[in-house]
Write a protein that binds this ligand. Sequence first.
Ligand code: ADP
Length: 486
Amino acid sequence: MNITFVSYEVAPFAKVGGLGDVVGTLPKFLQKKVDSISVIMPFHKIVEKNIEKYNLPLEKIDENLYPFSHSLKYPFSVFKSVLPETNVPVYLIKNENLFSTEDVYEYPHPEHQTSYFCDASLSLIKNLLPDVDIIHVNDWQTSLIPVYLRNNYRDDEILNKKATVLTIHNLGYQGIFSPDTLNVAGLPGYLYNIDALEFFGQINFLKGGILFSDVINTVSKTYAEEIQTEEYGYKLDGVLKIRNEDLYGILNGIDYDSFNPQTDKLIPHNFSISNLDNKIKNKLALQEQLNLPKKENVPVISFIGRIVEQKGIDLISEIIDYLTLLDIQIVILGTGDKKYEELLIKYQNKYPDKLSINIKFDLELAQLIYAGSDMFMMPSKYEPCGLGQMYSMRYGTIPIVRYTGGLADTVKEFSCENNKGTGFGFYEYSSSNLLISILKALNIYFRNNDCWKNLIKNAMSSDFSWDKSADEYLHLYKKAINKKNC
Ligand code: ADP
């Protein structure tokens, strides 16, 4: 079986969120289970910096290739690198006109950039990877690939044999544009149709991916159920229900080699279940780095992620005033909605000894926060899978979550009575529920040290490695091939 992933983000070449982590890691675990695997991504501006930073190889392998259908007739070059610590080739599509902005998602016409990338990827596959069996596309940015295949390349002897898998990492982002985008993309006008890409007078790239892929999956079982409801379906619940038989949920994993508190080079003090004293040294290092009072018995509660309402930042903001009355410290790292960034900075100026607000993207600091905090908040409004809660558990930091999507599938409510469970959480989206869960955690932290240590041990021994999920992906690929052939 030959597989190629197509994605806008691939860590460490370009990572903005969980998508980058997943596509940067999953191929490593599939490598030993399939005949060949590769990755295709745009040569974003940031890629060059990261190739240098991580000392990765880079060679130009082709130039003057063209997309087949797209109306933007720019040529593209193909560069080749490799996923760190693997033999998995990464093919980078380069065109200075289209992939030259600092930010991966900042572009005046994302519909032109993404549709060009989709068609160019198919040109790359036909020219350089003709034996690929499965094209695994990710999110709306690559959702036009199955649309081109089923509509433009039905008679192409190489491309018409490819099966497609679409992974939805976040249904909240769909790629909705004006209908004339079909012309620019070189797609047939008949796709402006309620049974195809039409969506409330616009066209919707993700809808195209859902309707034209052989199989679809999302990144947790609970989220796969939730997105078929009106509450979580972002107006695509009806379309997802149509594809219900081909819709699966496979939980993301995390890379246990890179995210290992015993060997992690990004944290000052390595630790393990049997040496938790060193975890406290990381807390002191974190407090020192962030100019918080160095107090080992004061619990540090953290948040890392996009500062947007999806992540429950509105709930956190609502209770910050109250939280500062407690003997705790709060650390926040993230970027996002200006309104919340400014509000959080205001709070930091008001309570400098209690709060550390870090508005930036900083992987090193993130690692120290995972290792040095006591608790980690993720009160998401919705959460397809979520990685932060898994990283924090791996580092003995207790998650406090809203039980939705992948958070519901990975965090189990802790009880001192039977010492079972890995964290704390609530169901109904409200700041008072978040506060109650935090107070529950603090109560055990302050009053029952043995119980808290058991909780840390439970969290650290949870298994979120990729191996199990990689096997589930193999089944999914077989289903896609069967579906394609029937
Ligand atoms: P999403 O993909 O919805 O943004 P996830 O929890 O699935 O959320 O993944 C987010 C990933 O990005 C995690 O690995 C998290 O540690 C990382 N991350 C998010 N914001 C930052 C930041 N400001 N600095 C460093 N890492 C970040």
